[in-house]
Design a protein around this ligand. Structure first.
Ligand SMILES: [Zn+2]
Ligand SMILES: [Zn+2]
Length: 231
């Protein structure tokens, strides 16, 4: 399995794209599709037309907005440029079908894409994408919004956690993890490696690696855009 971080920041960040991760197993899968992650996807050299599944954690714009540009490009590519691409499955929490139904009904041409598109809502039940096992879990974020974390297994044990390290330990937030909590979660999950991601600009001023390391003895990496990790 190969993971490439397409975006290690959030929302509008001066040096990082927002949330997005490319995972390559027997399928090419995208986790979240926040602003500027599409531009980083192009830089990886992996064809964007190979992506078969997009998994969304939730629909705050910093996890989602580049999907619109991506899908419009896929329509142009297949309709006018003679391109071929596999069917696309969009997977996400409760509200996924409603959101995409209204989006596709509103944006010009979106319902007439010449390739198959389907939308699936998932909750706390494992499912398979080929030989890849995906286990979604409901996570706490903001009130009244169904949000998911995903565990992805392919050919062995899970050894890496990518976690929301929005803030330093000294600045806790009710809707995000801080660096110290990332260390605790990684320890409880029993993984060997922790990647800190979803960093707000203020967090750059603190040693979040050290803060996470107070609770977690494994390898800790502060994520950056286009970082590639082989598992
Ligand atoms: Zn959010
Ligand atoms: Zn976010």
């Amino acid at each position: 399995m190969r993971l490439t971080i397409l975006g290690s920041g959030t929302n509008v960040h001066p040096t990082r794209a927002a949330s997005g991760y490319l995972v390559r197993t027997d399928h090419t899968i995208l986790l979240d599709f926040g602003p500027l992650t599409l531009a980083n996807l192009l830089k990886t050299g992996v064809s964007r037309h190979r992506i078969t599944h997009i998994l969304f954690s939730h629909y705050h714009a910093d996890h989602f907005s580049d999907f619109i540009t991506y899908f419009f490009d896929a329509m142009i590519f297949t309709k006018y440029q003679g391109g071929k691409r596999p069917p696309l499955t969009v997977i996400g929490p409760r509200g996924t079908k409603r959101l995409f139904r209204s989006l596709f009904a509103t944006l010009p041409g979106f319902t007439r894409a010449p390739f198959a598109v389907q939308f699936k809502e998932v909750s706390d039940r494992a499912f398979a994408i080929g030989d890849t096992t995906v286990i979604p879990r409901t996570v706490t974020h903001t009130q009244n919004l169904h949000c998911l974390g995903y565990r992805i297994e392919y050919g062995g044990d899970v050894d890496l956690a990518v976690l929301d390290c929005s803030f330093p330990a000294s600045q806790p937030s009710p809707v995000h993890l801080h660096a110290g909590q990332c260390g605790q979660v990684a320890r409880e999950a029993g993984v060997g490696q922790l990647v800190l991601s979803h960093l707000y600009p203020i967090t750059e001023r603190y040693n979040v690696r050290e803060q996470a390391g107070e609770a977690f003895g494994g390898k800790i990496v502060v994520g950056r855009d286009l970082m590639a990790i082989k598992l």
